[in-house]
Design a protein around this ligand. Structure first.
Ligand SMILES: CC(=O)SCCNC(=O)CCNC(=O)[C@H](O)C(C)(C)COP(=O)(O)OP(=O)(O)OC[C@H]1O[C@@H](n2cnc3c(N)ncnc32)[C@H](O)[C@@H]1OP(=O)(O)O
Ligand SMILES: O=C([O-])CC(=O)C(=O)O
Length: 377
């Protein structure tokens, strides 16, 4: 019988120098550097550039890249209008997908798939994702959009555009770290989707629009919002153990735990857990954090042997909540970070492109014949 690689698990279809993961030991490296070092020392801007260039940038290179991002923060008036006119109460990931697709219509370079054009579009996409997501949030709440500021970091400016208030240095840094942790993760479903689209020699906006669609699902980026739903459903920490026990007895999945690659702690969830704890301790342990602690313990006790541990989506929501971000925007924020990984991966793959076209094992009939409509029972 032909072996089927269900979910393409473990299938290697390309080489990449960007990200290394050892799922058994819980190791994640970008350009060989551990994620913990990136989180501690770097910024979203620097990691994005490093992945695009394949090396740590010099101070001059980083300053130039930062200036390019800032120059490109504003979004076209026509797109602002489209966002303004979107129906209310929509899923923000649908709104993001539509806005990015529309942005492609306005970009005269959008059909150009040369490496130079892909790179120039990448800078605009990274810069404008932030403005688009903040604009969607504000208009959905019936508020005026806030124009970007050029004197703030990428993370700080996003929080400013989202809330209309300049964040503190601590808030900006915390959010920046969260972005760094989400930038890239090798051949995850959305990056793979972006690459599959680019492998047909399609344009950058099509690649990113398809990636947004893939990230939206609750088995991937949508899990961070689903974790918050679960916390609200649990209600209080004393109910968490019984809630999880019942779900597991019913063979239901727990959101924010388990991972296709990590069969041990996801190193990013540990960093996020420390920040979530720090945030919770500031104001006395929050309900959310205490529920998460109990869920983590219950899941690891019951499923640790199966390699099921908290993933990056488990603690991120409590950090975002503390920054005043609504749960519907957790997945767009994942996209705000992952845009850099998507673009860097598409550009890397395009250098030695091969059409992605796997096979399936046909299990249907082979000797059927057409029956005219009027003769069918
Ligand atoms: C950024 C990210 O995308 S990180 C992932 C975010 N997604 C989530 O948090 C959703 C919850 N997690 C999951 O659904 C899964 O762990 C996935 C989809 C992420 C990866 O899982 P896969 O590698 O496809 O494994 P699969 O879903 O086949 O599960 C393997 C076994 O572990 C169990 N399992 C996996 N995840 C979970 C979970 N979250 N809760 C309970 N059981 C789980 C399955 O029930 C299955 O058990 P079985 O062998 O007894 O049937
Ligand atoms: O790698 C994956 O399968 C999921 C993902 O995007 C991540 O964990 O960041």
């Amino acid at each position: 019988m032909t072996e089927i690689a269900k979910g393409l698990a473990g299938v290697k279809f390309t080489e990449s120098k960007l990200t290394f993961i050892n799922g058994e030991e819980g190791i994640l490296l970008h350009l060989g550097i551990p994620i913990q070092e990136w989180a501690e020392n770097s910024t979203f801007e620097e990691l994005s550039l490093a992945l695009l260039e394949g090396k740590l940038p010099t101070a001059t290179e980083l300053a130039q890249f930062d200036a390019h991002l800032k120059e490109n923060r504003a979004i076209p008036q026509q797109l602002q209008q489209v966002i303004q006119d979107m129906p209310r109460g929509i899923n923000p990931m649908q709104a993001l997908r539509t806005a990015v697709s529309y942005l492609g219509l306005l970009d005269p370079q959008s059909e150009d798939i040369t490496p130079e054009a892909r790179r120039a579009i990448t800078v605009r996409l990274i810069a404008q994702f932030s403005t688009i997501i903040a604009a969607i949030s504000r208009t959905q709440e019936g508020q005026e959009m806030v124009a970007p500021r050029m004197d703030l970091t990428h993370a700080g400016n996003f929080l400013y555009m989202l809330t209309g208030t300049e964040p503190t240095a601590e808030q900006s840094r915390l959010f920046d770290i969260a972005l760094v942790l989400h930038v890239d993760h090798a051949m995850n479903a959305s990056t793979f989707t972006a690459i599959a689209t680019s492998s047909t020699l399609s344009d950058m906006y099509s690649c990113i629009t398809s990636a947004i669609g893939a990230l939206k699902g609750p088995l991937h980026g949508g899990a961070n919002e689903a974790v918050m739903d679960m916390l609200d459903e649990v209600g209080t920490p004393d109910k968490a153990e019984a809630y999880i026990g019942k779900k597991l007895d019913n063979k239901e999945k727990i959101m924010g735990v388990g991972h296709r690659v990590y069969k041990n702690f996801d190193p990013r969830s540990r960093v996020l857990r420390d920040y979530a704890e720090h945030v919770a301790n500031k104001e006395g342990k929050s309900n959310y954090y205490q529920i998460l602690e109990t869920i983590e313990k219950t899941v690891v006790d019951r499923l640790g042997d199966k390699g099921i541990y908290p993933n990056v989506d488990f603690y991120s929501g409590t950090v975002y909540s503390d920054l005043g971000i609504k749960k519907e925007f957790f997945t767009p924020i994942f996209a705000l970070a992952r845009i850099s990984g998507w673009c860097a991966s598409v550009i890397e793959y395009s250098q030695d492109n091969s059409l992605l076209r796997p096979s399936s094992v046909y299990t249907g009939e082979k000797d059927a014949h057409y029956v005219k409509l009027q003769d069918r029972k």
